[in-house]
Design a protein around this ligand. Sequence first.
Ligand SMILES: [Zn+2]
Length: 449
Amino acid sequence: MSVTAPSAPPHRPRRWLGLLLAVLLVSGGVVYTVEERERDARARPSATLTPPAPNQSAKPSKTAAAVAARRVAIDMILLRRAKAVQTVDEALFLRDIDPADKPLRAEQKVLFANLVEIGFTELGYSQAEERFDQAVVRTHGKSAYLVRVLMRYQIPKVDFTPVTTELGYVFINRNGRWVLTDDDDLDSGLGPGAHQEAWDLGRIEVLRSSRVMVVVEKGDTQRGRAIRAEAVEALTEVAKYWPRHWTGSVLIIALDETDVRDARFADEDIESAASAGSTFSSLPGQDTADGTVAGAYIVVNPNERDRVDEILLSHEITHVATADLGGYEPLWLAEGAAEYVSWRGIEAISGPGEIATWEQEVIDEALPALTSLPNDAGFYQNNVDVYGVSWLAVRFLVKRIGLKQVEDLYEDMGAHGIDQAARDRILLTRSGLTEATLWMALQGYTPQR
Ligand SMILES: [Zn+2]
């Protein structure tokens, strides 16, 4: 049986920080530009050196009124878009799309069909901040209004709470009426995975069972069914081998795309078969720097869609079933737990022989190549088998304190393991070891067989 291919990172809140800072800097620049423009506008009348006449003060308030009117008009468009999906009214959805832009209208028809097929119980769009981009003004004219939009939605059973994703829309005023003219000009200025949700990338088909939802290309029904069947098996394994009682449904996206959500299968050094990426009830930077993780969706590498099996999916579903705990656990614990579950599945299928061989390989080859437990930084770029070492550490902890206690440790880490001091404190309290002494203990570890 082949070894589970390493998976891409679950979407750690911490990974957003660098990006978030970059975004904040950009926003700062935008605010400055807008203020500058307003200052210029205010400066102009006074340049005449005549005392302002009473009626001249109407000018700035006229601008403010226009901005307010635009805000209301765009809010109404966004309301109509959400209502159109919920009432399955394509004409209403297309009503505010630039009539002159035939390709955009065609894309929006696909988007509409996809959104209806997903079947949201809740869907709403709201304007975040205005963004300024000279190139957008050049392309779409002076009325162009570029705005970051928050899409808040809930997929029944998959999302325990409403979650938020980002979009960037460009509206223009055509003969006094606002219309949507572009939906991707801001994409590079948004967070990872924005505008690359399952419904953003082409016509999809959704296959469901009671706890699984699989998204494939339209017409790729047979493959979708196969993946769904493996996922149902994998869910059983996660329930059997990981003590946390998780009752959620899992969303698996298996499209012919290399960039879906925050998964990047094209430019990765290590070929990964699938990844579990976070959903956020509050995006990083929205209320807190890290955001609030609500859960995770699985994205399958397009080249691996035919090799998806219960072993691979039980690893990824373990990530999904622990995603809402907070996301602060160290990667060695997250990946070790996921590997623990999937290897228990292998053991059940093929007996203890294969697992013993693998464990010895990790001890003989991977362990001597490292000097500490694998760090979060560079984890997924490491050439050493850090998955194997993480798995060994979790196996060791299970033997030492028991599986239920390891799961409790995971929950504590997920919620509170915000830095090394906190992690060591939690690990010490719950296992009697710090990361350093756990590493030392692994050096002398001989598995009982
Ligand atoms: Zn993983």
